[in-house]
Design a protein around this ligand. Structure first.
Ligand SMILES: Nc1ncnc2c1ncn2[C@@H]1O[C@H](COP(=O)(O)OP(=O)(O)OP(=O)(O)O)[C@@H](O)[C@H]1O
Ligand SMILES: [Mg+2]
Length: 292
């Protein structure tokens, strides 16, 4: 008898071969993670998604913080349906994708993420087919994960095209970010990391933070990590969180908003040919299924 993963792999590969190849069909899958909690992943992911969207990209934001999903709170919206309802087949994908500020499409985590890992074969097939339907129309799909390295976060990281690691200049955040990359690297040496230093005093501090991590990873893991950029420590972020409006929209002229805009430009400027070829959502799902 076929197991669940085998059957879904077949579904994925049959969809792949049946899909006409054309430019722009593969969405780039980005997982955002951190070692230490509370370093600013969710704020970064939300505002980075908005910046990419403002640059004309089609972006889907997916709250994959299992158990502690809160992207919807940062946007001040209360979605009626979340992933849980999709997995339970109470609604189809069109009802689960909500529209955030500036028409940013997002899928709220709700309490549903726990369910993803104990789905029946037919539930999983349904989920994959539903996600596959919308993924083809996206340029980027961003997953905001919870802090640290749960089994599920490891799967998200190792299955995505890009892993963005958020740290702050605090020694505890630095050591936790390094520890996370070390564990991922040892298990999945092909994963490449891009570093974001959040809550930096200034560029010099951000670069010093990044250099510490990059030099240590280079020396002890023979791993090259790139520095994508930094976001200044800015009280506007705190204010925006309280107002439940993304900081780049509430305070577009703030230092943090300018930094995240620059980060998105740098990200888009990096030549995709430098990295692994885009695999799209079906590649992501088929890799996901191979992960133990
Ligand atoms: N650039 C910044 N400047 C000032 N404060 C910031 C900045 N980024 C984040 N913060 C503060 O850190 C808090 C936590 O941010 P956020 O929820 O994005 O972190 P997180 O990494 O997603 O947390 P968790 O690990 O719990 O998911 C924010 O509510 C805000 O008060
Ligand atoms: Mg978060």
């Amino acid at each position: 008898m076929m197991d669940q993963a085998q059957s879904l792999r077949q579904l994925v590969s049959s969809q792949e071969s049946g899909r006409p190849k054309s430019e722009g069909t593969a969405a780039r899958i980005i997982t955002v993670c951190s070692g230490k909690g509370g370093v600013g992943k969710s704020n970064f992911t939300l505002n980075f998604s908005l910046a990419l969207k403002a640059m004309g990209k089609k972006v889907l934001l997916f709250d994959a913080d299992i158990g502690m999903a809160n992207i919807d709170v940062l946007m001040g919206v209360s979605p009626e349906y979340n992933l849980y309802h999709l997995l339970k087949r109470e609604v189809d994908i069109s009802r689960v994708i909500h529209t955030g500020p500036n028409a940013l499409p997002f899928i709220a985590g709700g309490s549903g993420m726990d369910e993803l890992f104990s789905l029946s074969e037919s539930d999983l097939n349904y989920f994959t087919a539903q996600i596959g339907q919308i993924a083809d129309s996206m340029d980027f799909i961003l997953f905001d994960t919870g802090a640290g390295l749960s089994k599920e976060t490891m799967k998200f990281i190792s299955s995505a095209d890009d892993c963005l690691v958020v740290t702050t200049p605090e020694p505890t955040a630095i050591t936790d970010a390094y520890a996370l990359m070390k564990v991922v690297h040892n298990a999945h040496p092909s994963v490449t990391f891009k570093l974001i230093v959040n809550q930096a005093g200034d560029e010099r501090e951000a670069r010093a933070t990044s250099d510490k991590i990059r030099m240590t990873a280079n020396r002890f893991l023979q791993l090259d990590i790139s520095f994508l950029g930094y976001i200044t420590s800015d009280s506007h972020v705190v204010q925006a969180v309280k107002q439940q409006v993304p900081f780049s929209l509430a305070f577009p002229n703030s230092a943090a908003a300018k930094d995240v805009h620059r980060l998105a430009l740098s990200y888009l400027a990096a030549d995709p040919a430098d990295t692994t070829p885009l695999q799209g959502i079906r590649g992501f799902i088929s890799k996901w299924l191979k992960r133990k």
